[in-house]
Ligand binder design. Structure first.
Ligand SMILES: *[C@@H]1O[C@H](CO)[C@@H](O)[C@H](O)[C@H]1NC(C)=O
Ligand SMILES: *[C@@H]1O[C@H](CO)[C@@H](O)[C@H](O)[C@H]1NC(C)=O
Ligand SMILES: *[C@@H]1O[C@H](CO)[C@@H](O)[C@H](O)[C@H]1NC(C)=O
Ligand SMILES: *[C@@H]1O[C@H](CO)[C@@H](O)[C@H](O)[C@H]1NC(C)=O
Ligand SMILES: *[C@@H]1O[C@H](CO)[C@@H](O)[C@H](O)[C@H]1NC(C)=O
Ligand SMILES: *[C@@H]1O[C@H](CO)[C@@H](O)[C@H](O)[C@H]1NC(C)=O
Ligand SMILES: *[C@@H]1O[C@H](CO)[C@@H](O)[C@H](O)[C@H]1NC(C)=O
Ligand SMILES: *[C@@H]1O[C@H](CO)[C@@H](O)[C@H](O)[C@H]1NC(C)=O
Ligand SMILES: *[C@@H]1O[C@H](CO)[C@@H](O)[C@H](O)[C@H]1NC(C)=O
Ligand SMILES: *[C@@H]1O[C@H](CO)[C@@H](O)[C@H](O)[C@H]1NC(C)=O
Ligand SMILES: *[C@@H]1O[C@H](CO)[C@@H](O)[C@H](O)[C@H]1NC(C)=O
Ligand SMILES: *[C@@H]1O[C@H](CO)[C@@H](O)[C@H](O)[C@H]1NC(C)=O
Length: 395
């Protein structure tokens, strides 16, 4: 009875042996593809501009007499055979282009080329990396449109292409990877926000600030229920803030400043109870500050200066924002009394209060003396506030 058992063991041993020898054969093959990819990357990314070879850490370190997995910036898997899984060349002074041969690193999941002087187009072939989860190409000199294939990588989670010279429209009609953070800020993109973006339901952070994007802030963004950061400032967006923004109840940071937005601050924004920073300054937003905004009890910065806001400031605004640090409402047409200032005594960390260039009138409430000890700027001039009142407070 012991014999068949022993024979099973023998078979198992044989199978293991066969696997091992197949793996050894594969090693040579797989490493040669990874090696060739890395060498092509080195050649392109150190080629400099105008035919010069740039002097950097890769050029000195990557010697072929040691395994490529020991090269600086390269990390391989522990599996057998080892494969390149991570490339981190952040701040390596690379000067050249990004080789399309990187697309042959089929186990690569992390690619960080942030803060170098890489120029030219982002290779379309990068879209063939089947396991890529993190792609950081920010702070380079990359130009031309983003190849749509990038957003076809089904494993992609974090993308930053910020601070480059990228231009053209943002990619449309792509698959929907499980992206959580996308930053394309500080480039030269034109045209509308693609409708596809609102179908990436896993998105938590969107940074598209400092481009030349036009059209409206799409109402469909209200579908992105996981969104924590929405930064669309410094573009050329027009129309009103969509009321669907009130659906983004996890939102903490909303940056829409420096656009051409019109319409009113939607009262639905009162649903954004987790909002900490609201930047709406330098737009053409009209109407009054909705009372519902008092729901944002976690607010730290409320900046609505340089708009066309009218009407009184909700008196209890300050009362409901105990950790408020900055309240900036200058250059609007806000009117009514300054009672709301009394309630700001509740905001112990308040350090900037700007109500300059509005149409407030009346007297400063006595409670002005109770405002935060941290207050550094309190600007009230160019309002219709009683001269006597201002003198009383030594302003
Ligand atoms: C290359 O860099 C690695 C990691 O920093 C280091 O261990 C190795 O000694 C370097 N090799 C050479 C030839 O400079
Ligand atoms: C990549 O390198 C940068 C700069 O050295 C470092 O801050 C970052 O943590 C590295 N990333 C990983 C995943 O090791
Ligand atoms: C960018 O890289 C350079 C070295 O090339 C370094 O001096 C600089 O501090 C880095 N900047 C950032 C923001 O990481
Ligand atoms: C590697 O990638 C490049 C460009 O994407 C391609 O032309 C080349 O055939 C690939 N090489 C291998 C060995 O797969
Ligand atoms: C990047 O764009 C800026 C501004 O348009 C331009 O001055 C610069 O020459 C561009 N650089 C490259 C490498 O394309
Ligand atoms: C995206 O992937 C799909 C399915 O694999 C393919 O049909 C399409 O051509 C790809 N698009 C791009 C821009 O790579
Ligand atoms: C997204 O929102 C729009 C309305 O703005 C709606 O028509 C559309 O069906 C929504 N899409 C999804 C996938 O929920
Ligand atoms: C926002 O939520 C409401 C229900 O709370 C729903 O009817 C509406 O379709 C949502 N809008 C978007 C754009 O998701
Ligand atoms: C504010 O409204 C006035 C007219 O009521 C208009 O002339 C002005 O351009 C508007 N300002 C902005 C920033 O839209
Ligand atoms: C926000 O405030 C409005 C009016 O002040 C109130 O009706 C609404 O229930 C509040 N919403 C939440 C989520 O607290
Ligand atoms: C200022 O604060 C003190 C202590 O909390 C309080 O007794 C006083 O009534 C307040 N003054 C005004 C004018 O609100
Ligand atoms: C300023 O207030 C005075 C008295 O309260 C009023 O007569 C005057 O019309 C106001 N001026 C402006 C520009 O609102």
């Amino acid at each position: 009875m012991a014999f068949p058992f022993a024979c099973n063991k023998c078979l198992l041993f044989l199978v293991v042996l066969l696997h091992a020898s197949a793996a050894i054969a594969a090693t040579a093959l797989d490493n040669s593809i990874d090696l060739a990819s890395l060498l092509a990357f080195k050649a392109a990314s150190t080629s400099g501009g105008g035919g010069t070879v740039s002097d950097n850490i890769i050029a000195a370190n990557w010697t072929t007499d040691v395994p490529s997995c020991t090269w600086v910036g390269v990390r391989c898997s522990w599996q057998y055979p080892p494969r390149v899984v991570s490339l981190n060349f952040s701040s390596f002074s690379l000067q050249g282009t990004i080789s399309s041969h990187l697309s042959n690193l089929s186990f690569l999941s992390y690619l960080n080329l942030h803060n170098n002087s890489l120029f030219g187009t982002i290779p379309d072939a990068l879209g063939r990396l089947p396991r890529l989860a993190t792609l950081y190409l920010g702070q380079n000199l990359l130009s031309d449109p983003i190849p749509p294939s990038i957003f076809n990588i089904s494993s992609l989670i974090y993308v930053s292409l910020a601070l480059n010279n990228l231009s053209g429209s943002l990619p449309t009609q792509v698959l929907l990877p499980p992206i959580e953070r996308i930053s394309i800020a500080s480039n030269f993109h034109t045209d509308h926000i693609p409708a596809d973006l609102a179908r990436c339901s896993t998105l938590q952070e969107i940074y598209l600030s400092e481009n030349k994007l036009t059209g409206s802030v799409p109402s469909s963004l209200g579908n992105l229920s996981e969104l924590v950061v929405l930064a669309l400032g410094n573009n050329q967006f027009t129309e009103a803030i969509p009321t669907s923004i009130g659906n983004l109840t996890k939102l903490q940071y909303l940056y829409l400043a420096f656009n051409h937005l019109k319409g009113k601050i939607p009262k639905e924004m009162g649903n954004l109870v987790n909002l900490q920073v609201l930047h709406l300054h330098v737009n053409g937003i009209a109407g009054s500050i909705p009372i519902s905004l008092c729901n944002a009890s976690k607010m730290i910065v409320l900046e609505v200066s340089t708009n066309n806001l009218t009407g009184p400031v909700p008196a209890t605004l300050g009362k409901s924002m105990p950790i408020l640090q900055k309240l900036q409402m200058a250059e609007n047409a806000l009117s009514g009394g300054l009672d709301f200032i009394a309630y700001l005594a509740n905001s112990k960390d308040l350090n900037i209060l700007e109500v300059t260039t509005n149409q407030f009138e009346g007297v400063l409430p006595d409670a002005y003396g109770n405002l935060s000890m941290n207050l550094q700027y309190f600007l009230v001039s160019l309002n219709n506030i009683s001269e006597k009142s201002l003198q009383d407070w030594g302003i």
